[in-house]
Design a binder for this molecule. Sequence first.
Ligand code: UDP
Ligand code: MG
Length: 149
Amino acid sequence: MERTFVAVKPDGVQRGLCGEIIKRFEHRGFKLVAAKFLQASEEHMKKHYLDLKDMPFYAGLCKYMSSGPVFAMVWEGQDIVKLTRMMLGETNPAESKPGSIRGDLCINIGRNIIHGSDTLQNAKTEIDLWFKAEEFVNYEQVFKPFLYE
Ligand code: UDP
Ligand code: MG
């Protein structure tokens, strides 16, 4: 089993899309293991997006991501890092296929409503940045035998 970090960005929260996004992960069969609603600091967002520090949009991105509340989550499932990226669509919603979250729900690259870790290594780093060990909930997904053979 893998874990990945997913966050509804301030635009997704303001547009009332947390429920829609959570629904898609629930319906896929993934297991929610941690979640919190918070407004992140700009410093926190600079750490989160450190890989992009040399990009021209980095400063604006970090400012935007700290401008309002985000819904941060950790989801668990088989191959979840890759499958989440497929569910998100492309970084640019205009290039995202219908059926994907970005392809269905947004238009603009700077307002693409959701974050999802791009690699297993980055998922681990991001989960550690956003969540403490005691924020995870241990429970069994009762329908697991009907999701995985
Ligand atoms: N972004 C942007 N302009 C760009 C590229 C990216 O505003 O030209 C923003 C966008 O919100 C994106 C985030 O920066 O989601 C992180 O970029 P990344 O390449 O990691 O895309 P993601 O992993 O979110 O698909
Ligand atoms: Mg990324």
